[in-house]
Design a protein around this ligand. Structure first.
Ligand code: BEZ
Length: 255
């Protein structure tokens, strides 16, 4: 997680816990081994950090949001968490792996983040990550654009997300010196919890920056209009299914 979103850790844990549930698949790509030192970059409220620790690895979770880190520390008191920005993260310790789930799309200067990861890894270390890929949640982004444009607001200028193509991202990794050994860009239609309320929870959790300066009643109207735009495509049998597209990568730092 990072810039420009106002994080509500309880809403995130109660309504957006699918984020860490889906992230379990990324841990299968990570394959943590007992005794390894692993950095969880953008750890949110720490659920996947705890899963990595359960494999016997020594893990440190960092996140840009103090609210998320406070919640993680409260939930997992024996683990190590601190606030840090992925763009500028530096550590004396070198890690065997850097792991990241659903966080890199909040960091809009990817080259700086990739450099942070590179410097954090030991020679031979691996970077295993999943985040939003090109056209992730595109229908929602388009609907926000349409509804805000009707109020004279340019949604593009408020968009906090980086959703690259697989070609763009793997090229950045290679430019840093990584060897990309696996990469995938896949559709992952994602069901929201809470029936009709599901889209609203998503907007409140993730799309805060689009509503900057709007009166709460105006925000409510914008959300309703966005829902009207999206309902024919994304609302089926009483549930919102958002058009997620993810990137997963494994990249190795050479010895
Ligand atoms: C997510 O973490 O699920 C997410 C966040 C922002 C935009 C899209 C998806």
């Amino acid at each position: 997680m990072t810039q420009k979103n106002s994080w509500n850790a309880s809403l995130y844990d109660e309504k957006m816990n699918f984020v860490s549930q889906y992230g379990s698949g990324v841990i299968e790509w990570l394959q943590p081994v007992a005794g390894e030192h692993i950095l969880d970059l953008g750890c949110g409220t720490g659920d996947l950090t705890a899963k990595i620790a359960a494999a016997g690895a020594s893990v440190v979770g960092v996140d840009f949001s103090p609210e998320m880190i406070a919640a993680a520390k409260k939930k997992y008191q024996s683990l190590s968490f601190f606030v840090a920005d992925g763009h500028t993260f530096r550590s004396e310790r070198r890690f065997d792996a850097v792991f990241s789930n659903a966080a890199l799309h909040w960091m809009k200067r990817p080259q700086e983040v990739i450099e942070s990861v590179w410097l954090a890894l030991s020679p031979g270390g691996r970077f295993v990550a999943e985040f939003g890929g090109k056209e992730n949640c595109q229908q929602v982004v388009d609907a926000l654009g349409t509804v805000l444009a009707q109020r004279g607001i340019a949604a593009d200028e408020r968009n906090p997300w980086y959703f690259p193509s697989i070609g763009e991202y793997t090229s950045l990794l290679e430019r840093q010196g990584f060897r990309v050994t696996l990469a995938s860009h896949f559709d992952r239609p994602t069901k929201m919890p809470d029936g009709d309320q599901g889209l609203r929870h998503w907007l409140d959790s993730f799309a805060d920056s689009f509503f900057a300066g709007l009166h709460p009643e105006e925000r409510q109207r914008v959300c309703e209009e966005v829902a009207v735009c999206l309902r024919p495509a994304l609302y089926k049998d009483g549930e919102w299914i958002v058009d997620y597209k993810r990137i997963r990568i494994i990249a190795q730092k050479p010895h």
